[in-house]
Ligand binder design. Structure first.
Ligand code: ME8
Length: 515
């Protein structure tokens, strides 16, 4: 078994249906998880839903239903979205699970044992939408703002809150956190997010209110009736629950610390400040890396229910297919930056790269083989200069892909792979096996053989991004299940391998009709 690799997404609030931003995070994290599986690692990939907190309670109340009923219904839509998107999660966690309550109580007690929890009165600002406390100095004035004409730095309404709560001694961890960021410069990525977090911590940390008494939808604080844990305490603990904490020490030893938490840029503070502080207090190891991806914008605009431009990912899957949606988001958005999507852009990008480039090459080559080579991989003469150049291009793409993925530059990895696909197309067009066959059938076979080999390697390399299409290509190339990971890149296609009847893999997408 390969080395363990534990990767997670954020767990989403199921107070509404999932939107394309949720789909994007799931797809990007899935791509990284699949990449590591193909590289031979023993991957554990966790995603799920974050079901406690005031936001869930208020949404349920507004809809006139029980909070648990809202959570059950909406969580199922997130899981369904993941399944439709081919998300290869090993565990879909729900924070209402008893195992998760146990883990939250265990970390609470560990923080208490370190002397980091004390009871006091909290008075300050709270944003229900962000489920976050803010210092007065962080708020921004806004004429249309909520109470006191103020909004949170995320632009959400804030309300004044005053109640008895437990506090976590976050202030104690200012220096240990700064030491962590200095000792492990890639703990927070990308760089811009790291700088934001460092500036925030350097500005001083107040102790954090970590329980609530004004409602009861949450994990009960042990030994303190009337208190439920602040939703972020239990939410962050989901990563430990999934690793078997606290009852399965062997699992914890294998999976903890997590290798990578993939989250959006709006929740970096929770993951890069609060979470390592909780873990230090509980004397648990810290995750190796937190990556804050950017936001997806609809035609350059922020998605919002009031603007009415929130896109349902299921509708996009139905319109374009899973691979097209995955490929577009992974290729077009620079991982770590904001990105924009539109239906036109999806059509243009996928027709160019999937249908015209890779799909068309495979289709043309495979149909000539079916017609002229008896439906098996034809034999090859030793490579001549154009074949050597093609092989070199595909080998360079592999090196480029691996280097880019080491750096989590997903879009760069795909660009490297597709540069080999472009070279393969050029090779095939220049070598013109259909006309060479009339004069030199052995040479024609050689061209087809090396083209099939290039398509095989490109399909293996692209498989973590577009698993459906890549697997169909590998089926058409007669490749077994055990010949689809990166170790198979170095085992060339075998002459005589039987090939099924060819069929198209990446359909051309119809242009979007003008409104
Ligand atoms: O924040 N583009 O849940 P959430 C890209 N429950 N990503 C987006 C996005 C957009 N337009 N909108 C949201 C929460 N996201 C907490 C997390 S983790 C212990 C608890 C991302 O449903 C967002 O940044 O509001 C987050 O990573 C994820 O979707 C879930 O957001």
């Amino acid at each position: 078994m390969g080395d363990p690799y534990y990767i997670t997404t954020a767990i989403s609030y199921p107070n509404g249906r999932p939107h394309i931003g949720h789909a994007y995070e799931a797809i990007a994290t899935d791509a990284i998880a699949r990449f590591h599986r193909q590289a031979g690692r023993d991957v554990r990939f966790q995603t799920g839903t974050d079901e406690h907190g005031l936001k869930m309670m208020q949404t349920a109340r507004d809809r006139g239903i029980e909070t648990r009923a809202l959570a059950d219904e909406m969580s199922s839509y997130f899981r369904e979205m993941d399944d439709r998107l081919n998300i290869s999660y090993d565990r879909f966690i729900r924070t209402v699970e008893p195992a998760h309550h146990e883990a939250s109580v265990a970390i609470w007690k560990a923080m208490e044992a370190s002397g980091d929890l004390y009871l006091d009165r909290y008075e300050g600002w709270y944003s229900v939408r962000d489920e976050a406390f803010y210092d007065e100095k962080e708020l921004v004035a806004d004429e249309n703002g909520g109470e006191g004409g103020k909004l949170s730095p995320q632009g959400t309404p804030v309300e004044w809150t005053a109640e008895e709560t437990w506090f976590f001694r976050l202030s104690r961890y200012q220096q240990p956190l700064l030491d962590l960021y200095a000792a492990q410069p890639d703990f927070i990525r990308p760089e811009a997010r790291r700088n934001e977090v460092m500036r925030f911590v350097e500005g001083g940390l107040s102790d954090l209110s970590v329980s609530r008494t004004s409602f009861d939808w949450g994990v009960k604080v042990p030994g303190s009736p009337g208190h439920v844990m602040y939703v972020w305490v239990d939410a962050l603990t989901n990563y430990l629950t999934g690793a078997g904490y606290p009852d399965k020490p062997d699992d914890v030893a294998r999976w903890w610390p997590a290798d990578l938490h993939v989250i959006g840029k709006d929740i970096v503070r929770f993951h890069a400040v609060y979470w390592p502080a909780f873990l230090m207090s509980a004397k648990l190891a810290l995750p190796k890396q937190v990556f804050g991806h950017g936001f997806l914008l609809n035609r350059g605009e922020k998605m919002s229910k009031s603007v009415g431009n929130v896109t349902d990912p299921i509708a996009l899957i139905e319109r374009f297919g899973v691979d097209a949606l995955r490929y577009f988001l992974l290729r077009e958005v620079s991982f770590g930056q904001d990105g924009s999507y539109s239906e036109d852009a999806i059509v243009t990008r996928c027709n160019a790269d999937l249908a015209n480039n890779l799909g068309n090459l495979a289709q043309r080559c495979l149909s000539i083989v079916a017609k002229n080579c008896g439906g098996v991989v034809p034999p090859a003469l030793p490579p001549t200069e154009p074949e050597e150049a093609l092989i070199a291009s595909v080998t360079a793409a592999e090196a480029g892909m691996r280097a880019a993925m080491d750096d989590l530059a997903i879009h760069v990895a795909l660009e490297a792979i597709w540069s080999a696909a472009r070279d393969a197309n050029q090779y095939f067009a220049d070598a013109a096996p259909w006309s060479v066959r009339k004069t030199d059938p052995e040479r024609a076979d050689t061209i087809l053989h090396f083209t099939l080999e290039a398509v095989r390697r490109i399909a293996i390399m692209a498989r973590w991004a577009i698993p459906n299409g890549a697997d169909r290509l590998l089926d058409l190339l007669g490749q077994d299940e055990d010949a689809r990971n990166f170790d198979a890149l170095a085992r060339p296609i075998v002459t005589g391998t039987a090939l099924p009847a060819p069929s198209g893999v990446f359909p051309r997408l119809e242009p979007v009709e003008a409104d």
